[in-house]
Each structure stands twice: as structure tokens, then as C-alpha cells.
Design a binder for this molecule. Sequence first.
Ligand SMILES: Cc1ncc(COP(=O)(O)O)c(C=O)c1O
Length: 510
Amino acid sequence: MASMLNHQLSTCAISSSSSTFFNKTNFISSTSSNLSLPLKNPRIQCVANPPAEKTTYTTKVSRNANMAKLQAGYLFPEIARRKAAHMLKYPDAQVISLGIGDTTEPIPEVITAAMAKRAQSLSTIEGYSGYGAEQGEKQLRSAIASTFYKGLGIEEGDIFVSDGAKCDISRLQVLFGSNVTIAVQDPSYPAYVDSGVIMGQTGQFQKDVEKYGKIEYMKCTPENGFFPDLSTVARSDIIFFCSPNNPTGAAATREQLTRLVQFAKDNGSIIVYDSAYSLYISDESPQSIFEIPGAKEVALETSSFSKFAGFTGVRLGWTVVPKELLFSDGFPVAKDFNRIVCTCFNGSSNIPQAGGTACLSPEGVKAMSEVVGFYKENTKIIVDTFNSLGFKVYGGKNAPYVWVYFPGRSSWDVFAEILEKTHIVTTPGSGFGPGGEGFIRVSAFGHRENVLEACRRFKQLYKFISNDESKLLENAWIGKHMVLHLASSRQVYQELGVWSENRPPDNLPQ
Ligand SMILES: Cc1ncc(COP(=O)(O)O)c(C=O)c1O
């Protein structure tokens, strides 16, 4: 019986008569066509053959046990999957994506023109080039050093051009190997944790705390200004630190980074500093870890053209490994990284490198700052919207991400609510680590009309949570619903910043 059911669940049977539910939760079965389509349970596949377990050939190669430790999918493909499922459910909906953090605006002409020119020159005898230097073209390395690290003692030879910061993060993990311990900001960009798991640096995932064993999670919350309390952080070999941070949008101050560098020095750790959003900084926060005296002995830095010039698809980044950075035996980290780059990577594609060089020309720098400026305007629109609705909102000032607080709620629930009711894709905070629970990340990467439309829909959905107390009282019954729904207490209002001690909304349920 069970195997019959299994067979039914794993096949796509076709016949002909009118539609009925075969199994309410999993299938709509059209008896007229005898067509069974999986609905809710994503694990059930519609396949043309009999049960997989009976016929599938398996090799004798065991699965990498570290891969088996990984939880579900990588966050962003999982969000893309949910978006696709939503679009299937609502084929006519105008879905707006403020989720994955992918750039949307065209690359400035001055940059694409340089790439087109290089592409065309590959068709000429004089312009053709094959494999290039694994570390990148001299002109680009030199332009990166003089544009981003001027006066900081970083030279062309310290820079390794790459196909993006994410790829470099994995290559750095290969460099450090399986025996190191790692620390990450919590919440943080998921590539640090997942690549650490794949490398075997971690223990199993512990469901009760939503953490992998052997990773030091450095909690970053509104209470600590999104900078970890280092007095409670245990020593790790490698500290991944991203500023401005994805997802919280917080940029560490000079004083905080000075403490971080000192912490690394005291512990003999290496900081992997991710500055993929440094051009979004609009206050005095450092744009590079190397602005901190002594950082060259304890830090390397990875960065990217992705969010500066819309190169998410073009693929170009870089990593700076200062010659001063040494392993415990005195061997230069840069020499080993060079070996990794030469072994695992054959250098960045020549066409994006022409684009990168154009980015760093005076016109290119201006064009990049316009691209960044555009997204920063989007950020302000989103921040203002959530502020006007009475939410506590973080980030946004120095980063293209807005970190919105939904006290007492599961972020996957809020993600699902927003998607279902507004057709807007966001990112659930808990996808970035347990410290992100209760938050939603709203990305400012979007066409202006989409961002404005999304904000209209956010206002529609959350209009009852208003900073305007009289409106709150007027909508007391909705407030009551909200209170019950969220946490059944005044605290919710206090946390939302809509509480007035002088005139608390006493007519609301306590
Ligand atoms: C913090 C951070 N680092 C690195 C990356 C990846 O950059 P790249 O496109 O250069 O691989 C991202 C992309 O979103 C990011 O948010």
C-alpha cells in the first residue's frame, strides 16, 4: 500500500475526466486528463519513471559529509525558489523583487564602451590575448591601489583581481584549510558560514540554537550598535567582518574597527574584511580596514565592482593581501594566496578587467558614484516609508540595505506575509543567522518606479501601524488584532516606537 502511494506520489499520471482533489494538500488531480500536479509539498517531484529508489543507479562515491551538514539551500536560491512558486500561484501579479540584492540599473556607457572595445579587439591579431596574469592586469591592480587605498601603503603587488568577492571568499577558505576556527557577525552574509561548513571547519548544525558547532557567532543587535561586544567573543583563527554590513546596513566606526584590529592582534587572528559596500558610506566610517593603523599585520580585504558599477553579472572583484600579513611560522599569507589563485583560478576574464579599468578612470569614478547615489536615493525612500509607518528601521544610511524590525515575529513569517499580500520579495533576517530573527532586509536595488510602487504597497499593508497616535487609537480594533498577533503586550508598542507614556493607548488590550 505504502509503495503504491509512493508510486502515485512520484509519478505524473495522465488520463482524462474532470478535476478532483486526489490529496488535498499535495495534489490537484484532473481525472479527465488523469493529470496529477504537485502543489504544496516541494519534495514531491513529478517524474516520468517508476520510483527512483528502485531503478536509480548509484556510484560507490560517498557524499562529502560536510555538504550534508548544510541546511536547506543557500539563502538566495531558496528565496528565488519561493518567488518562482509565488509567480506560479499568481501568474498575473506584478512581483517586485527587493530581496536578493541584485543590481538593476544599466552599467554606465563609459564602462561598457571599454568592455566592447576590448571584446572587439580580441578579433584582431594585435588585440588578441589569451591567458592573462592570474593576479590580474597590472594597470587594473595599480588603479585599484591608487583609487581605493591611496596613502594606506597598499601597493599594486598586494592586489589580486578576481571574478568577485564571493569567489574570493571560497578561495580564502581553501587557503586557510579545514583546521581553522572562524567567527562571523551574526547576522552576516551567508557565504562565510556556508563556505566554512563546506571546508569542514564547523560542527553539525544545532537546531535548538540555529547555529553550526565550532563557529563563533558575534551577535550584532540594535542594543550593541550592530558591533559585537568583543569582551564576550571567544578567540577564532579567522574573523569574517563585513562593513558596511550585509544585511544590517551598519558601518563600523573608526573607533570600533580600531578595537577589532586590537582584538585580532591580541588573539593572533586574521580578519577577512569584506568591503563590498564601502562606496555607500556617507559618514566618517572607514572605507577600508587598512585605514586602521596596524591592520596590515592582521587583516586582508576583499571587495567587488558588483554593487559599485552593476557588475553582478559581469563579475569582477579583488582581494588585498598585504605582505605584512604572516602565518604563525612567518610565511607570508600573500604567497600562499598567490599559489591558490594560480592553482584554482586562471585570472579574471579580460573583458571585465577592461571594464574595471574604465570604472577607475575619472569619468568611471564619477559614473560609479552616480550609480551608488541612485541606489542611495532608493534607500532613503524605503527608510522614510518604514519610519512613517512607525517601524524601527536600521541601516540605509551607509548601505543599500534597510533592516526593518518586526518585534516578536518570525522573519520567515513576515517574508511570507509580505510576499502573499503585496507580491514583494524581501529577505528574512533569520536567513543571515539567528541574530537576524525578527528582522526583514529590504534591498534598495530596484528601478525607481518599482521602489515607489513597493513603498505604496508597504503603506497599504502596514498603514495601521502609524506613528500618529491618534490614528493608532482610531484604529484601536486593528491595533488590538496586531497586539494579539505580535506579542500581546504594551511592549510591542514601545518597541515599535508608537508608545506615549503621557497618553498610552489604554483602551487597547493589555
Ligand atoms: C557582503 C558581500 N560580500 C560579497 C558579495 C558578493 O560579491 P560578488 O558579486 O563580487 O561576488 C556580496 C553580494 O551580495 C555581499 O553582500
